[in-house]
Write a protein that binds this ligand. Structure first.
Ligand SMILES: NC(=O)c1ccc[n+]([C@@H]2O[C@H](COP(=O)([O-])OP(=O)(O)OC[C@H]3O[C@@H](n4cnc5c(N)ncnc54)[C@H](OP(=O)(O)O)[C@@H]3O)[C@@H](O)[C@H]2O)c1
Length: 311
């Protein structure tokens, strides 16, 4: 859009370097901040007229709870944006399925974050993307890594839960289109799901197909998956050292994936933002080729193998 983009970051100076080349010289401006230092947030917002809150995390750490990251930080941003007086648009990136009654604590805190934002900044727009797929996604990449390391993929509850994964580029386009149209503000909530509904198992098949490995699964019943994932949650604030980041056995995600998570019938969607979301098969999952044994062009997909054995 030609806008200057201020990118607040914490941690390492190098982590955001790749973003700088996504704009002209001086267009992408990383600014160091600390989420618990209000003045540093105000400094980032000082010269802005739009705030897009992308802060969120699907697991807790000993430093940050779900409540702080997904609810209180969002609320704080909305309060500061309101006080600022010149913030015209506030976009909150939430999650599909955010609900105060969700099985998942993360989704409950995302819902609480939405409510607080709309209280502080009623003109805000809420985007609720479904599971996002793209180069740095944390679902197909994680599954592919697990499958390569262990030779199988655990399927919680047989992988029958229905989801509506969405290409990350479409979500970004939805945010941009929303900024171009003030009619999308005033507390509107958009549910952003892809054009196809997959079961978790079907999505895993797409991953296996793309990495050209024969699909191997171990079915893990829901209570067993919860039991495997629970020790991290129980130990989190009880041991004096950080615990490893959860991979496929993340208790909260297991809970989130225990029920279908689809765009509701009466929701505002991509269509209301003039976007036709892309199917995942093909370009959106091509980054998975890097997991192919022998390199990106090596071997053939399962369907290619089946076709050639039929001939
Ligand atoms: N990925 C999905 O499938 C998906 C689906 C639906 C909704 N969402 C939502 O989309 C948004 C963007 O997510 P993403 O997938 O792009 O993940 P991401 O790359 O990990 O981005 C999350 C951002 O939140 C920041 N963050 C997390 N914990 C923080 C903390 N304690 N203090 C300050 N900053 C913190 C991270 O900063 P650091 O880099 O410094 O950690 C990072 O910039 C999030 O709100 C997420 O909940 C994601």
């Amino acid at each position: 859009m030609g806008s200057q983009v201020l990118v607040p970051f914490r941690g390492c100076e190098d982590s955001h370097r790749h973003l700088k080349i996504m704009g002209d010289l001086g267009q992408i401006v990383p600014m160091k901040y600390h989420p618990r230092d209000v003045d540093s947030i105000k400094a980032v917002m000082a010269k802005s007229n739009v705030v897009i809150n992308l802060i969120g995390r699907e697991y807790e750490t000993r430093n940050y709870s779900f409540e702080e990251v997904n609810h209180h930080m969002a609320e704080q941003l909305a309060t500061i944006a309101k006080e600022h007086g010149g913030i015209l648009r506030f976009i909150q990136v939430s999650c599909l399925g955010a609900s105060l009654s969700s099985e998942s604590r993360m989704l409950r805190t995302k819902a609480a974050g939405e409510q607080s934002i709309l209280k502080e900044f009623p003109e805000a727009t809420i985007m609720r993307p479904s599971t996002m797929i793209g180069t740095e996604d944390r679902i197909l990449n994680r599954w592919a890594q697990f499958a390569k390391n262990w030779g199988f993929l655990p399927l919680v509850g047989g992988g029958s839960t229905k989801i509506q994964p969405v290409y990350v580029i479409d979500v970004a386009a939805a945010i941009v289109n929303s900024l171009k149209d003030d009619g999308t503000s005033m507390g509107k909530i958009y549910e952003l799901g892809g054009p196809e509904i997959y079961t978790v198992h079907e999505l895993a098949e797409l991953m296996y197909e793309t990495i050209r490995e024969w699909p191997r699964y171990v079915n893990v019943p829901l209570p067993v998956a919860r039991a495997i994932a629970s020790p991290r949650e129980m130990l989190l604030n009880k041991v004096p050292f950080p615990l490893p980041t959860p991979s496929v056995f993340n208790l909260d995600q297991i809970n989130a994936f225990s029920v279908d998570n689809l765009v509701s019938e009466d929701a505002l969607t991509f269509e209301d933002l003039s976007i036709m979301p892309q199917r995942l098969k093909g370009y959106p999952v091509e980054y998975l080729m890097s997991y192919r044994k022998g390199g990106p062009t090596f071997g053939s997909t399962v369907s290619e193998k089946m076709r050639s054995s039929e001939m």
